[in-house]
Design a protein around this ligand. Structure first.
Ligand code: G3P
Length: 217
């Protein structure tokens, strides 16, 4: 499974990328707001750090507006992936942009039928929002399974990008179900390394090592 990091925080992106964890980055208007920086400037910086696709989201609601914004965003760098919302105009923009050879991430997906439409429109990535479905008392992970089955039934090449990931269990479950990518907030990505038995084991080794009185360097 590929890992994208879901943030516009350049410091976090650099740190995770330096240890080889990142296959891409996703941003959205809320994350740009959180970073407190100009969208063009911060996105350009992110594209220079990570080799993989960097999703930058349009904010227009109509097809023409989306296409104009996509043109501006695409000029930022070669690894820009245009993010469009799962609306009728978003699907039209998806089709037009992928026909031009652009990568497109169709976002705000909450149903298998929406994912089917995005694949038909040629989406590079479909972003089902797991956490936000969990928030309304429905198991968001089931949607990943449904989309996996549908895409495999018909051989769609659109990659399932599990988004709105909130927990380490979300990451594991998405991987087990067969999501192609998980976009994960930095803190959750870092939390994947943690296990109490690792900490306990390390503590034991260090206590015994101290008893030997030795030093490696
Ligand atoms: O990738 C989409 C993601 O940023 C949404 O996450 O936690 O705001 O639902 P969240």
């Amino acid at each position: 499974m590929k890992f994208f990091v879901d943030t516009a925080d350049v410091k976090e992106i650099r740190e995770l990328n330096d240890i080889g964890l990142l296959d891409g980055v996703t941003t959205n208007p809320s994350l740009i707001m959180k970073a407190g920086r100009d969208i063009t400037e911060v996105t350009k910086e992110i594209c220079g750090i990570v080799d993989g696709p960097v999703s930058a989201e349009v904010t227009a609601l109509d097809f023409d507006g989306m296409m104009k914004e996509a043109e501006v965003l695409a000029k930022i760098a070669d690894n820009i992936c245009i993010k469009v919302p799962l609306t009728f105009d978003g699907l039209k923009a998806c089709k037009a942009l992928t026909t031009e050879g652009r990568k497109v991430n169709v976002t705000l997906c909450f149903s298998a039928n929406q994912a089917l439409l995005a694949a038909k429109a040629g989406a590079t990535f479909i972003s089902p929002f797991i956490g936000r479905i969990d928030d309304i008392g429905i198991n968001g992970m089931e949607l990943i399974g449904e989309i996996r089955t549908i895409y495999d039934n018909y051989g769609f090449q659109t990659e399932i990008l599990a988004a709105s990931i909130r927990t380490v269990n979300h990451v594991k479950e998405a991987a087990l179900i067969g999501a192609d990518v998980a976009t994960v907030p930095p803190a959750t990505l870092k939390a994947l390394v943690k296990h109490p038995l690792t900490d306990k084991g390390l503590e034991g080794f260090l206590a015994d090592w101290a008893k030997t009185g030795q030093k490696i360097v």
